[in-house]
Design a protein around this ligand. Structure first.
Ligand code: MN
Length: 130
């Protein structure tokens, strides 16, 4: 089973992403703050983390740095969730420890395929992890 941690404080985005992933047999962990997300990441070592930038306790980039600097979570791919309006966020995300980014609003038609592509690109075999 492939396990995805979503760190996102917007509940509509959280629900949408969770529904799409669970409908495709992913196991989803949810955190609405960076602190909670980092704790869950360290405890459960998910296969991939979706990380919002605008979180209540710290910027997502700061959370990404913490995850990358932690031995336990350094190999877990982090995909930034960035708003379309925030031009430049994507480049910053990739230069600051994120492995990729997805723009919000979430595109329900391509979201799961994009996640699968990220997993394939980061050499996580779905076959092995199921
Ligand atoms: Mn947010």
């Amino acid at each position: 089973m492939t396990r995805i941690l979503i760190i996102e404080d917007n509940l509509l985005n959280m629900e949408l992403a969770t529904d799409l992933l669970e409908a495709n047999d992913f196991t989803v962990y949810q955190a609405t703050t960076a602190g909670e997300g980092i704790r869950l990441a360290q405890n459960f070592l998910p296969d991939l983390i979706l990380l919002d930038f605008g979180l209540p306790d710290m910027h997502g980039l700061q959370a990404a740095q913490i995850l990358k600097n932690c031995d336990a979570t350094t190999r877990v791919p982090v995909i930034a969730l960035t708003a379309h309006a925030m031009k430049g966020d994507e480049k910053i995300a990739l230069s600051k420890g994120c492995n990729g980014y997805l723009t919000k609003p979430i595109n329900t038609r391509t979201f799961v395929a994009t996640i699968l592509q990220f997993l394939a690109d980061t050499n996580i075999s779905l076959k092995d992890s199921k």
